[in-house]
Design a protein. Structure first.
Length: 332
């Protein structure tokens, strides 16, 4: 599929896999069946920022290939969702979408999901790249000008702020409608009531687009980076201008940290990843969230870290020997 671009590159010398999204309209050509003289070539237009069966499969396959090659992967997430038409259902869109989840769940190297400037991540496409799939390896970041949420602002407004709700707010806030409502209550003549009701309806028609636009803007505020950070669905906001430097140090730090954590777990099988990371953090006196400082720590304290691995291995072997000795004493 042409709607997803996959490849390999280097970030400051660090080899990485990359997955990007085609935002333009793309034509898919289905060739004629040579065995059927009545068949014709079909050209199917496919929208950008949408996952189709072939692009979903391509994404999943690329992630699996990057995993086998031992590469960290950067996903420039800019999807509005999955294509859910009957043709796509017949094309097994659900199966190929699930393949992306499976590939990410099994990924053994750092995965960075980044929402680029003016990009958006919506609907089912968010579901298949959500960091909770593989919390140990996946991290999500967003540019301050990006948007993220299951429904788009216009969609959430239709669901949460329907016309009856809009009318209630109009009558509560608009001075002219409040005045007309009070006149309607005081008027007893049926003809005057009809006239006032017509004025109310006309005023409501004037206000509807204004209130709908205000509600849409309010819903859009919930999709901004600040709100995503507050809800904990992204790790932090990273501007496009600083993204190269940020991800270079982040990738370098994660590679060094994961390597050391792996060595600790190999030295002591009883250690979990969280325990091993806490052990590393306890050896570092600075800001653990400062990637550049942590990278410097791993480079300058390599000898101390090697001694720590050896110490953990010795302690684990000693504990194992003591356990075997105790088991032997109990059996004799």
């Amino acid at each position: 599929g042409k709607r997803v671009i996959t490849g390999r590159g280097r970030l400051g010398g660090i080899p990485m896999g990359a997955i990007a999204v085609e935002t333009r309209l793309v034509d898919k050509v289905v060739p004629a069946d040579p065995a059927d003289p009545n068949s014709r070539e079909a050209v199917l237009p496919q929208a950008g920022q949408v996952l189709f069966p072939d692009s979903s499969y391509k994404t999943a396959q690329a992630i699996r290939d990057f995993n086998k090659e031992g590469l960290p992967v950067m996903i420039f997430a800019n999807w509005r969702g999955f294509s859910g038409g009957s043709r796509d259902m017949a094309g097994e869109i659900l199966k190929f979408g699930a393949m992306i989840v499976d590939a990410l769940r099994e990924y053994e190297h750092p995965v960075y999901i980044y929402l680029p400037p003016h990009g958006e991540l919506r609907g089912g496409s968010w579901v298949v790249v959500d960091p909770t799939i593989n919390e140990e390896k996946m991290e999500m970041y967003a540019d301050p000008d990006s948007r993220g949420g299951i429904l788009e602002p216009a969609g959430i407004t239709e669901v949460k702020f329907r016309l009856p709700d809009q009318l209630k707010v109009m009558h509560r806030l608009d001075p002219q409608l409040k005045l007309l409502d009070s006149e309607l209550e005081m008027t007893e003549l049926e003809e005057d009531q009809k006239d006032i009701k017509a004025q109310i309806a006309a005023r409501e028609d004037i206000l509807k687009p204004v209130y709908l636009q205000a509600a849409t803007e309010f819903a859009d505020l919930h999709d901004k980076t600040g709100r995503m950070k507050a809800k904990g669905v992204i790790r932090s906001a990273v501007s496009w201008e600083n993204s190269r430097k940020f991800f270079y140090y982040r990738a370098k730090r994660r590679i060094a940290e994961d390597n050391f954590v792996g060595r600790l777990k190999a030295a002591d099988a009883s250690l979990s990843s969280a325990d091993a990371r806490n052990m590393v953090a306890s050896m570092f006196s600075g800001d653990w969230e400062d990637d550049k400082a942590v990278v410097t720590f791993f480079e300058e304290k390599a000898g101390e870290l090697n001694d720590k691995v050896l110490s953990v291995k010795t302690s684990a072997m000693q504990a194992q020997i003591e356990a075997l000795q105790k088991e032997l004493d109990e059996s004799s």
